[in-house]
Design a protein around this ligand. Structure first.
Ligand SMILES: Nc1ncnc2c1ncn2[C@@H]1O[C@H](COP(=O)(O)OS(=O)(=O)O)[C@@H](OP(=O)(O)O)[C@H]1O
Ligand SMILES: Nc1ncnc2c1ncn2[C@@H]1O[C@H](COP(=O)(O)OP(=O)(O)O)[C@@H](O)[C@H]1O
Length: 626
């Protein structure tokens, strides 16, 4: 009996089949290669459909009329109505089924390029990929992209389903070149276990039994291969590792750390280290819903209590003290960019790894990879669906494992800090050695001491606005007045800094990000020196202004929005740049063909059309000295 009981939960269903081994697989391929038909056929042939599902399928097949009255299995699997309308599969659908020999969890992923992110999500938990190709078309860009991502995410087994063989007369000389080309491709991506099967999902050839029409093929049919393939799990010699999911404190007497064991085993009484803090203790109890355990193993969900009171929070890693993971804040990593707006090196993103979220910047794109040719190419930014090898820097250290050793502690996602959208998936390769070799130098004269001899409170006045809005004019007046009152100041002006420190930067988005990153660091050093710094840069992006703010202590950073409508700036056009930009002689000009994101909550909002530069400058001085 293979069918799940109606209404039974998936858990209960899987429990029924507890003794069978579980295979997690992903199906991928290009649109129209026949993924949905293949899955539908498999479920039908293995009698895994409910009667009512079958009845609906028969009705739908007649109504849609795509298969001349025969069953259209794609209708069964493409369950979402939006998909049916567009004829594509749009989300990752997880399907559970079981045969007499094995149970399966299938991540069915969309084929369209814009859904690469769903494909990566599905692949991150799979052990085997069924890669479909249309026998008439052979390997396509999507085949290469999906195979690349499978390789990146650690899948080592591929079942190459060469589908639609009925449309090429089941010819061996169509199949063999596709098989050979795919083996070569997979080999380049570190996938060494490939089984290629010629089949027809529509006609049911080589799906659940060997086809008599494809007599030149002597290998297994699809189902046979899925039921018997042995997945080689890399032997793990990792010590115990558990990311803390939450701290459980129901009352004063109990304090437990809940999570799922990512690697290794743990025995009650073992000594553990909490990372990144490095504090140690011994495990007092291993608590589960079914009572205490003596031992916890990889995959177990447990709550640990320790012999000593320790300051531990979500995101920390509890690890074997004898065999701890490395801790670092700079890494080499592989990245798959999944957002419409490009990855800009230097821009801060949230990085989520295990249960921890930190701020991260891509410090350098070493190279991007053309997934078609495997060619490495230089890149300053990454566009949607591009993959690259990068250096990445975090604002704090984390405990980690290289992805190939432990997916849970080496796989991460990047999240846009404004939209909260997941913009990339990545895998940590190794820690950069410099991370552990550069230490903070302790200085006896600190910023408070420096500020004291100057008799002032350091601050950063950050003027932002369009070119010609009046930033320099107002900042100049402010500095003059502060100077006259005896304050120690320094002015950083975009035009000037771009002649020196930032001489190498232009006006692309990525260069502006780097421009602001550098000037924010310099401004921060200057406040360390005890100065009042005036920064006058267009600084068009919220993200970088926010990054600058984060470098300063509370209250030290004041964002001054010099608000002048574009039309007025253009009228003023003191430097003649707008005219040039309109004539197409300057590219990427802010306000014309490069965006300006106005501040949402600046400390000061100056409207230059309603007050003179002198009046506005005085407002800035007054607010600073208030
Ligand atoms: N394409 C383009 N877009 C914007 N501005 C341009 C451009 N090309 C040259 N300039 C001149 O460079 C000045 C802006 O430099 P910033 O460093 O402030 O720009 S940014 O913060 O990196 O966006 C800016 O100075 P201000 O007018 O003082 O703002 C311009 O004079
Ligand atoms: N209320 C005002 N505040 C600041 N500048 C003004 C104002 N009204 C007119 N202006 C003029 O606008 C121009 C602004 O140029 P600038 O200060 O160089 O801008 P930015 O540094 O933002 O590019 C100057 O010529 C200035 O005299």
């Amino acid at each position: 009996m293979n069918r799940p009981d109606a209404g039974a939960s998936i858990d209960a269903y899987l429990q029924q089949h507890e003794s069978k081994s579980l295979l997690r697989l992903i199906t991928c391929g290009s649109v129209d290669d026949g993924k949905s038909t293949l899955l539908g056929r498999l479920l039908y042939d293995t009698k895994l459909l409910f009667d009512d599902q079958l009845a609906t399928l028969e009705g739908d097949s007649l109504r849609h009329g795509t298969q001349n009255g025969e069953l259209d299995f794609a209708l069964l699997v493409d369950g979402l109505s939006a998909e049916r309308e567009q004829g594509i599969t749009i989300d990752v659908a997880y399907r559970f089924f079981s045969t007499d020999r094995r149970k399966f969890i299938v991540a069915d992923c969309p084929g369209h390029e814009q859904y690469t992110r769903n494909m990566a999500t599905g692949a991150s938990t799979a052990e085997l990929a069924v890669v479909l190709v249309d026998a008439r078309k052979g390997l396509l860009t999507q085949t290469r992209r999906h195979t690349y991502i499978c390789g990146l995410l650690g899948i080592r087994h591929v079942l190459l389903a060469v589908n639609k063989m009925d449309l090429v007369d089941y010819a061996e000389d169509v199949f063999r070149p596709i098989e050979a080309a795919y083996r070569e491709l997979a080999g380049q991506m570190g996938i060494d276990q490939v089984t290629a099967i010629p089949l027809s999902a529509l006609r049911g050839e080589n799906i659940s039994s060997r086809s008599t029409l494809i007599d030149w093929y002597t290998g297994p049919c699809l189902l046979e291969q899925l039921e018997t393939v042995q997945i080689a799990h890399a032997a793990s010699d990792l010590g115990f590792r558990m990311p803390v999911q939450w701290v459980c404190r129901p009352d004063q007497s109990f304090r437990g750390y809940a999570g799922q064991v990512a690697a290794g085993t743990l025995t009650r009484g073992d000594e553990v280290v909490v990372l990144p803090s490095g504090v140690r203790s011994h495990v007092a109890r291993i608590v589960t819903a079914d009572g205490d355990l003596e031992r916890a193993r990889t995959g177990d969900a447990v709550t640990l209590t320790l012999a000593d009171e320790r300051d531990i929070s979500r995101g920390d890693i509890i690890a074997a003290a004898a065999k701890p993971p490395q801790v670092a804040d700079q890494f080499a990593a592989n990245l798959l960019w999944m957002d419409e707006s490009p990855l800009l090196p230097g821009r801060p993103y949230w990085l989520k790894i295990g249960t921890r979220t930190v701020t991260a910047q891509i410090t350098e794109i070493k190279h991007k990879v053309d997934v078609n040719t495997q060619e490495r190419q230089a890149a300053k930014r990454l566009l949607l669906n591009e993959v690259a090898y990068c250096n990445i820097s975090l604002d704090q250290s984390i405990a980690f494992e290289p992805y190939e050793r432990c997916h849970e502690l080496g796989g991460f996602i990047l999240i846009d800090r404004q939209s909260n959208a997941t913009v990339a998936a990545g895998t940590l390769a190794f820690a950069l050695r410099r991370a552990s070799n550069i230490h903070w130098q302790h200085l006896d004269v600190d910023r408070a001491a420096r500020a004291l001899v100057k008799g002032q409170t350091p601050a950063c006045l950050w003027f932002t606005g369009l070119s010609g809005s009046g930033k320099s004019t107002i900042a100049n007046l402010v500095e003059k007045r502060l100077h006259a009152m005896g304050y120690h100041t320094y002015m950083l002006d975009g035009d000037n800094v771009r002649h020196g420190l930032n001489r190498d930067l232009g006006f692309t988005d990525e260069d502006r990000v780097e421009n602001i990153r550098r000037v924010a660091e310099v401004a921060r050093l200057m406040t360390d020196a005890g100065l009042i710094v005036l920064v006058s840069f267009i600084s068009p992006f919220r993200s970088e202004r926010r990054m600058a703010r984060a470098l300063f202590d509370a209250g030290e950073f004041r964002e001054v929005f010099v608000d002048t409508p574009l039309a007025i700036c253009e009228q003023r056009d003191a430097k003649g740049l707008y005219a040039k930009a309109r004539a197409g002689n300057i590219k990427n000009f802010t306000g014309i063909d490069s965006p300006y994101e106005p501040p949402e909550a600046p400390e000061l909002h100056l409207q230059t059309t309603t007050a003179s530069a002198e009046v506005l400058a005085q407002r800035v001085v007054d607010s600073l000295l208030a």
